[in-house]
Each structure stands twice: as C-alpha cells, then as structure tokens.
Ligand binder design. Structure first.
Ligand SMILES: NC(=O)c1ccc[n+]([C@@H]2O[C@H](COP(=O)([O-])OP(=O)(O)OC[C@H]3O[C@@H](n4cnc5c(N)ncnc54)[C@H](OP(=O)(O)O)[C@@H]3O)[C@@H](O)[C@H]2O)c1
Length: 275
C-alpha cells in the first residue's frame, strides 16, 4: 500500500462514492467527499482547486443521470478536463476513474461512449492514473429490468453478465486507490457469471416480481449490439465475494431492489412477527 495522507472522492455522496469515503476514512486517510452538495461541481470546475489542495489521490465516482448523448458527452469530457487541470495544479499523485467493463469494446451506447471519453481524459492528463473498470452493480438491476420491459415481459440480450455488490466495488476501489498507479485498466467483477435472463429470473424470484423473462435476440444494450462476452471481463483483478442472494439478505439491498415496495415488505414482515 502507498502512504497517501489525503484523498478526494468525486461523487462522494453517491452509491459507490459514499462507500469509498467511509472505507478510506476507516483506513486512516483524510478524505474530502466532493460533489455539488459539498460545493464541488466538476462540470463548472467550482470548488475543485480547494478540494484538491494537498490531495495525494483522487477517486472519480461521479455520474450523471441522462439518456441524452450530448449531456453525457459534455458531463464526462468537460468534467474530465476540469478535474485533470486541477489535479495537475495540485500535484495529485494518483487519479482513479471508476469506469465500466466493455467501454472499449462496444459501440452504439452513448453512455459507454462518454465513459470511454472520460477514460481518455484521465489517461492523457499527465497525472499517474488507474482506470477501474467494473461490471454492473446488483443495485442496477431495477434499471436493467425497467429498460427491457414491454408489458409484463422482460426481453433481454443473449449475453453474459457478471454483476457485483456496490460494497464489493468500494472495497476494490480503496485497494486500487492506495496502490501504486497502474497507468492502465484494472478489472472488477462479481463472483458469478451467467446470462442476462438467468440473472433477472433470480432477481424476480427474490423480489416476487411477476414479470416474465425471455431472451430477445434483437435486444441491444441501450443501443449497442452485444456479443456473448462484450460486458464481462477477460481477466478479473478484483473479484467481489457477495453472491446475489447473500447480498439481498441486508435491508439496504432489499431497499435497492424493491424500491417503493420496500416499505410494504417491511410492514408485512412486522405484521407476521406480531401474529
Ligand atoms: N451502475 C453500474 O452498474 C455501473 C457499473 C460500472 C461502473 N459504473 C460507474 O460508477 C460510477 C458511480 O456510479 P454511482 O451509481 O455510484 O453514481 P450515483 O450514485 O448516481 O452518484 C453520482 C455522484 O456524482 C455526483 N455528481 C453528479 N453531478 C456532479 C457534478 N456536476 N459535480 C460533482 N459531482 C457530481 C453526485 O452528487 P451531487 O448530486 O451532490 O453532485 C453523486 O455523488 C459512475 O461513473 C458509473 O459510470 C456504474
């Protein structure tokens, strides 16, 4: 492990960022959690210079929620430029970008194109870097299911998925952040690999979701045609240990998958206990 004293987590209030902030603090590093709610806006550059003062390492776990190609491209490239400029000025020793397995392999998905541009900004900045490419988070399953639902049927691409719990991603990112820069990619993935439809069948069984699941050979990954192994890693440097069903045992995981139905489920369990 490298001896870093101060870290900045961009997107420190997010799903992954908040977990990275907690774990870095527990490891004894001083951490700035940076996002718009703490006065740091990567898109305008506001607050970056102050946040990066004396920082050794920066973990970028920020994100923008949009389906618009131009909004995505702008967020990741303009933010990438602003972050790189501020890091060079502050003498940051290690930049970590949280990216996605497959960004360099698939075409036609605007989000992946924007993430690839973000990776390029980080690798060309002159700051020593590591690109941490992760597979999909378990917490992302409701978005996946929603994106492929027509009526009561979920028609999914004929491809493999190797998802991972957000907690396991955070463990990997902290290790990556405190290790020497790789100046290249490392790969983070979950403990099991299976086809999309089999994953969604497991998720729906856990959440009592009545939708039926099928393989749709015409389904694209938000615009990109997938090969069998387009979004699973060829090598795994960091493997998550939590299997889907073990992960789902925690209230936080239940809340992530059940959404609005979580409160209902808790009330039903409490009523069952009382009777
Ligand atoms: N979903 C997946 O399965 C998956 C898989 C692999 C990799 N990833 C990558 O993982 C990363 C983190 O995802 P996540 O789900 O943890 O994100 P998230 O929960 O949506 O959090 C996004 C964070 O970005 C911050 N943010 C948004 N706009 C900002 C701005 N202009 N300036 C500064 N901060 C800003 C937000 O805080 P404020 O609102 O306070 O600004 C928030 O802290 C993403 O880059 C994504 O590409 C995701």
């Amino acid at each position: 492990m490298t001896k870093y004293r101060k870290a900045v987590v961009l997107g420190g209030s997010g799903l992954i960022g908040s977990r990275v902030v907690d774990r870095l603090r527990k490891s004894g590093v001083e951490v700035v959690s940076a996002s718009r709610r703490t006065g740091v806006d990567t898109l305008t550059g506001e607050g970056l210079d102050k946040a990066f003062t004396d920082a050794d390492v920066v973990v970028d776990a920020s994100d923008v929620h949009s389906f618009d190609k131009e909004t995505l491209r702008k967020f990741f490239t303009v933010s990438g430029e602003n972050v790189a400029r501020a890091e060079v000025a502050a003498g940051v020793k290690h930049h970590v970008t949280l990216s996605i397995v497959g960004v360099d392999r698939i075409r036609g998905n605007p989000y992946y194109a924007a993430k690839l541009a973000q990776e390029d900004m980080a690798s060309q900045s002159g700051v020593p870097f590591t690109i941490a490419r992760s597979t999909q988070f378990y917490e992302f399953f409701p978005t996946i299911a929603g994106g492929f639902t027509t009526g009561s049927v979920v028609g999914l691409p004929n491809a493999l998925l190797q998802p991972i719990a957000a907690d396991d991603v955070a463990v990997a990112l902290v290790d990556i952040a405190l290790s020497p820069p790789k100046n290249g990619p490392v790969y983070i993935a979950g403990p099991e690999r299976d086809r999309f439809d089999r994953w969604l069948t497991r998720v729906f069984k856990l959440t009592d979701d009545p939708r039926s699941v099928e393989v749709d050979s015409k389904a694209t990954w938000f615009g990109a045609t997938l090969e069998n192994d387009s979004i699973v890693p060829k090598q795994t440097d960091y493997s998550g240990h939590l299997k889907l069903e073990e992960w789902f045992a925690t209230p936080e995981a239940k809340r992530a998958l059940l959404g609005d139905r979580y409160a209902e489920a808790v009330a039903a369990i409490e009523q069952e206990r009382e009777t």
